[in-house]
Structures are given as structure tokens and as C-alpha cells.
Design a protein around this ligand. Structure first.
Ligand code: HEC
Length: 161
């Protein structure tokens, strides 16, 4: 009996392996990538790569557990949801107001330790940002917000009644 159950589970596990989500990988960096439009120091690039890009860009570096189901399914859910909210690879396609707002949330999430997601940190301990890294990456985002606001004053006029 136990043997039959075990074989049954094994068959299910093997069949699961055939249902694979499309991989989030592209060969080149998107022309709309934030790093192509705003000066990004090396240390900030590193922070984004190790802590954010797996879920917020068009290029995921797949960990070992995502080579198997259900690992890849969980990862894929986060990627689809994460990209829908904020995509570093498509940043330049956002309207000024939206871009500014997303960067505001970006800093807020990092400062409040909301991002990277807690569950991601279990298996990616190097993505846990130090206080110095948090300052570096949020200062960078705040600088870009100033640049966007200065370049698009019409989008940021306060409507006084
Ligand atoms: C494991 C995947 C994952 C990683 C890694 C990750 N995020 Fe997220 N992020 C998500 C998901 C999923 C959402 C949408 C659901 C939510 O808000 O919790 C999200 C939402 C966000 C939002 C909110 C956007 C909005 O419109 O509300 C911001 C900003 C953000 N992430 C920034 C970051 C930054 C910055 C990092 C790196 C320090 C990061 N994320 C790392 C998965 C991830």
C-alpha cells in the first residue's frame, strides 16, 4: 500500500515537471531599462541585480529550486505580479508622473523592509540589504525623481483652486 502511494506521488511529481511556465529571460538589456536612461553607479547596479531584478525586470536569474515544479510556479507568480507593478526593464516607457510615483514607492518599500519579499530572502540571503545599501539605492532613486520632476515641470504643477 505504502509503495503504491509512493509510486503515485512520484508519477505526479514527474508529470508536474512537464507543465513549465515560460521563462522570464531576454538576451539583451531592454532599451527602456532604467540603467540606460539614468546614471547608475556600479554599487547600485549590483544591489538591483541581487535583490530586485529577479522579479522586477525582463531577466530572471533562475535559482536551483526553480528548475523543478512547483518551485518554478511559485517563482513565476512573483515575477508576473512583480513586473506588473514595477518593471525596471520598462521604466523609460512610464509617463513622468507614474515613473515618479513608482520611485517613491520603491524607496518606501526598501526603507520599510517590504522589499525584497521576505520569502525571497529565505533562499537568497545575500539579497538582504544593509543600512548602507539601503541609503545608496534610495538616494539614487530620489536623485532620479528630482531629474524627472525638473524635466517635466508641466506634469508636476500643483493645481490650486
Ligand atoms: C521574489 C520577487 C520579488 C523581489 C525579489 C522583489 N519584489 Fe518588489 N514586488 C514583488 C511583488 C510580487 C509585488 C506586488 C505585490 C506586492 O506589492 O507585494 C512587488 C511590488 C513592489 C513594488 C510596489 C509597486 C506598486 O505599484 O505598488 C515596488 C516599488 C517594489 N516591489 C520594489 C522592489 C524593490 C526595490 C526590490 C529590491 C530591493 C524588490 N521589489 C524585490 C516581488 C518582488
Amino acid at each position: 500500500m505504502a509503495k503504491k502511494i509512493l509510486i503515485g506521488l512520484l508519477v505526479i511529481f514527474i508529470l508536474m515537471q512537464f507543465i513549465r511556465p515560460t521563462r522570464n529571460e531576454s538576451t539583451a538589456m531592454s532599451p527602456n531599462d532604467i540603467e540606460k536612461h539614468y546614471e547608475t553607479p556600479e554599487n547600485v547596479k549590483l544591489i538591483l541585480s541581487k535583490a530586485c531584478r529577479d522579479c522586477h525586470s525582463n531577466n530572471t536569474v533562475y535559482p536551483w529550486y526553480a528548475q523543478f515544479q512547483p518551485g518554478a510556479w511559485f517563482m513565476n507568480d512573483h515575477i508576473v505580479d512583480g513586473k506588473r507593478h514595477f518593471n525596471l526593464s520598462e521604466f523609460a516607457s512610464y509617463q513622468p508622473k507614474k515613473a515618479d510615483h513608482k520611485l517613491d514607492e520603491f524607496s518606501e518599500e526598501i526603507e520599510e523592509h517590504g522589499m525584497p519579499l521576505e520569502s525571497y530572502l529565505w533562499l537568497h540571503s545575500n539579497a538582504k540589504l544593509t543600512d548602507t545599501e539601503i541609503t545608496e539605492v534610495t538616494d539614487w532613486a530620489k536623485g532620479i525623481r528630482k531629474e524627472i520632476q525638473a524635466k517635466n515641470p508641466e506634469a508636476f504643477v500643483k493645481k490650486d483652486k
